[in-house]
Design a protein around this ligand. Structure first.
Ligand code: SAH
Ligand code: DHB
Ligand code: MG
Length: 229
C-alpha cells in the first residue's frame, strides 16, 4: 500500500512551514485571531481556510481590484474578513450562509474586524440566494469564492458564471480532498460534486482554469482558480 498523505508526520511538517511563512510574512492580527476564538467558543467547525490561504484570497482580490465580491459559505466570517479587507471603502462583499448560528458569529466577527459596513450576509440555501441574485439582475461580481457544501459546487459554479463579467476571478476551495478527487468510482457526494464542477468548468469555453494543490495546517487539498473570458 502506498503511504497516504496527511499522515501525522506530514501534517507536522506542513504546519511548521505554514507557521514559518505566516510569521515571517504576516498572516494574522488581533481581530482575525479573536474571530477564530469566537467561532471555536460557539462550537463552529474549524474548517475555515488557513491563515496563508486567507491572505492568498486577499491578494487575489487586490490583484483583480475587486469592488464586488461574492462568497458562497460564510462560516464564522474568516475568509470573508480577509477578502473584505481587500475592498476599497465603497466596495461590497455579499456572503451566502445556510446556518443562522454561523451567520450570527460571522456578523459579530465582521463588526470586530471593522468591515461590517462592506459586508452583507444572506441567510438560506445558497442555491436559493443565487437564484434570487439572478432574478434581481445584480451588477456582475469581480471575484467569487465558492466554499459551501461540495455537493452544491456544480450549481454554484454555473450561477457564479452567470453573475460574472469577462475578467471575473472564480476560486473554489477543497477540490482535491487528500487526493480523493481522482476516485472516479467514489460514492462520496463531496467528491462527486467537485468532479462534476470540474467537468462543468472544462466544458465551458468561457472559462480558463487551473488547480493548485495545497498542503499546510489543513492537510492536503487544493483550490480551483478560473477567469471568465
Ligand atoms: N469560507 C469559510 C468556510 C466556509 S465552511 C472560511 O474559509 O472562513 C462552509 C460553510 O458553508 C458552512 O458555514 C456551512 O454552514 C455553509 N453551507 C453548507 N451548505 C450550505 C448551503 N446549501 N447554502 C449555504 N451555505 C451552506
Ligand atoms: C470541510 C469544508 C471546507 O470548506 C473545508 O475547507 C474543509 C472541510 C468539510 O466540510 O469537512
Ligand atoms: Mg473550504
Amino acid at each position: 500500500m502506498p503511504q497516504r498523505p496527511s499522515e501525522p508526520e506530514d501534517l507536522a511538517r506542513w504546519g511548521a512551514v505554514d507557521r514559518y511563512f505566516g510569521t515571517l510574512l504576516g498572516d494574522s492580527d488581533a481581530a482575525l485571531d479573536a474571530g477564530l476564538r469566537a467561532a471555536e467558543a460557539a462550537g463552529l467547525p474549524s474548517i475555515q481556510v488557513s491563515p496563508l490561504q486567507g491572505k492568498l484570497l486577499h491578494l487575489l482580490a487586490r490583484a483583480c481590484r475587486a469592488r464586488r465580491i461574492l462568497e458562497v459559505g460564510t462560516l464564522g466570517g474568516y475568509s470573508t474578513t480577509w477578502m473584505a479587507r481587500a475592498l476599497p471603502p465603497e466596495g461590497r462583499l455579499l456572503t451566502l450562509e445556510l446556518e443562522p448560528r454561523h451567520a450570527e458569529v460571522a456578523r459579530a466577527n465582521l463588526v470586530r474586524a471593522g468591515v461590517s459596513d462592506r459586508v452583507e450576509i444572506r441567510l438560506g440555501p445558497a442555491s436559493d440566494s443565487l437564484a434570487a441574485l439572478l432574478r434581481e439582475a445584480v451588477p456582475p461580481f469581480d471575484m467569487v469564492f465558492i466554499d459551501a457544501d461540495k455537493a452544491g459546487y456544480p450549481g454554484y459554479l454555473e450561477a457564479s458564471v452567470r453573475l460574472s463579467r469577462p475578467g471575473t476571478l472564480l476560486v473554489a476551495d477543497n477540490v482535491v480532498r487528500r487526493g480523493d478527487v481522482v476516485e472516479a468510482g467514489s460514492s462520496d457526494p463531496s467528491v462527486l460534486g467537485v468532479r462534476r464542477m470540474a467537468e462543468v468548468i472544462a466544458a465551458d469555453p468561457r472559462l480558463l482554469a487551473t488547480v493548485v494543490q495545497t498542503v499546510g495546517v489543513k492537510g492536503y487539498d487544493g483550490l480551483a482558480v478560473a477567469i471568465v473570458l
